[in-house]
Design a protein around this ligand. Sequence first.
Ligand SMILES: *Cc1c(COP(=O)(O)O)cnc(C)c1O
Length: 377
Amino acid sequence: MKDIPYLSPKTHKTTFEINLKAFKENLAFYRNKLKPETKLIVMVKAFAYGLGLSKIAEVLADEGIEYLAVAYTDEAVMLREAGYEGKLMVFNPEPDCFDNIIRYKLEPELYSLPIIEEFLNTIKKNAAYQLLEPFPVHLKIDTGMNRLGLKPDEIEVAANLIANNNRLKVHSAFSHLAAADEGEHDAFTLQQFNDFLKHANLLETHLGYSLDKHISNSAAIERFPNFQLDAVRLGIGLYGYSPQVEIQKQLKTVCTLKSRIAQIKEVLPGETVGYGRKGIVESQTKIALVFLGYADGLPRSLSNKGKLYLNGKMAKIIGNVCMDITMLDVTHINCKVGDYVEVFGENLSLGRFADMVGTIPYEVLTDISSRVRRIYV
Ligand SMILES: *Cc1c(COP(=O)(O)O)cnc(C)c1O
């Protein structure tokens, strides 16, 4: 498959390392939790959670995963142009992308009555499509997340619309759980599951044929084995993170964001470090300048408080994080120019780093900017 390039100036020392062996082991870990007949849909939206779309898709295709899913049509088009030929679901397709959905043989998720109507119209107008089989689509049912999805009282109308036209074939119906990872919401989660089953069955009755049903994300695969149904949608777990402590211990570290020390300096009491003179120096301090800034995805909110891993110790960020450079207090750390600084990885876990930032690992990964070179090891 052709590479979808990231900007990677040779002199830029920050790398996002993706351990493909660990990735495959995590895939095996989740597969082990599934019944042999359960289909696995892997979520590769947002450049495969920041890891790199084409490479991750290539690995998944090699591993025999038959279904990938992205959020937007453009992501799917990039994958097709990179040579990916497998089945591709698009979760948030917009009407102005419907021609590409057809042209690139993508499978749209239809999430509202107007969207179903518009897609039907596009299919009808598409001369090339007239004689082919009904177009494969997926229907999303909203069971309480209140994001995209058909409301339960729209299901009958949707089914009749599709059944009367005979141009679309609903391959699957699905719903998304709002809080599958949080025990305190388990009653709600169970209710979502039961509602989904009820409405998916209703859909089948009105359509007159059976379809695949799926509701589980990573957290539900981990916590609700009986929610597997016909398929599951695996995401974050595969990339190495689980909020369940027991599961996290069993997952392998896939993602490492690291950079190198560019320069080391001694700073004297009374001097300040960085923009706005926010880094206050009270006693003689050794600082290390690292080739990494907020433009790479290190949140500026970590200024003067975040800590990064260096040579077995944690080094505190001193001053404001700059666009391309960050200063660390390394007074008590043995280090030299060229040493690696780990933002997250084997030593400082992605989960802990996200906690430090005050966000979730999903956002940390997808915020790593496109100029950071992805390296697959
Ligand atoms: C992102 C996404 C998933 C996967 O969620 P994880 O928490 O990463 O496992 C599943 N289903 C839908 C609809 C999604 O958007």
